[in-house]
Design a protein around this ligand. Structure first.
Ligand code: PCA
Length: 197
């Protein structure tokens, strides 16, 4: 049985919940496909998110690491292809009230990393199940991109055989009334992602 780390994020800005946390919690301790799932909630904090993620990855020797985050303005599951070595969000504060603009994540780091997940296969499987998804070229330049970059930096430098990547999920209908997604559907989508890894 493979080892899976699934991460979600705590709530942030004025959103009352974060479905990425809810979905990660639902899968905690469960067997999904060929993986046994560990899950954690990361703080929306430019420093602590990275510290907790790195510590967990170092201790866990995972075969698959999947991070989830909320993309409030997106309508479908976004399969992120690229993490950039950049934080630049002049508007959104983290949960400690910090704003970071135009800053490299790692000054000696490469400019970008690609997810090591079979994204095209996952995309097809989701769409066949009627759960709409897209391949996305940007995880943004806020905390999700930061976590994705560190996850892929770890994969590339320490654990090259690990499958790793980031998925942005849309809001569920309890968070945004116009949303067509329920938490059950978001959870099903993440099951399909894992089953195709
Ligand atoms: N979404 C934010 C950070 C936490 C989350 O769930 C993002 O897209 O960067």
């Amino acid at each position: 049985m493979g080892k899976l780390l699934l991460t979600g994020f705590e709530k942030f800005l004025s959103f009352p919940t974060n479905p990425s946390e809810e979905v990660a919690k639902r899968l905690k301790g469960r067997k999904v496909g060929k993986y046994q799932c560990d899950s954690i909630t990361l703080p929306v904090d430019f420093e602590e998110s990275v510290a907790i993620l790195s510590d967990t990855l170092e201790k866990g020797s995972y075969d698959l690491a999947l991070s989830l985050g909320l993309a409030y303005s997106r309508e479908v599951i976004s399969l992120e292809r690229v993490a950039l070595n950049l934080i630049d969000d002049g508007v959104r504060k983290d949960n400690k009230g910090r704003i970071i603009e135009d800053k490299q994540i790692l000054s000696e780091g490469v400019n970008a990393y690609f997810a090591s997940l079979p994204l095209k296969k996952i995309h097809l499987a989701l769409n066949e199940a009627g759960l709409k998804s897209e391949l996305s070229l940007s995880a943004g330049s806020y905390v999700c991109n930061l976590v994705m970059y560190h996850l892929l930096h770890f994969q590339n430098t320490i654990s090259p055989s690990m499958l790793a990547g980031f998925i942005h999920i849309p809001p569920d209908a309890s968070l945004k009334r116009e949303s067509k997604w329920t938490l059950d559907q978001l959870e099903e989508a993440i099951h399909i992602v894992i089953n195709n890894c």
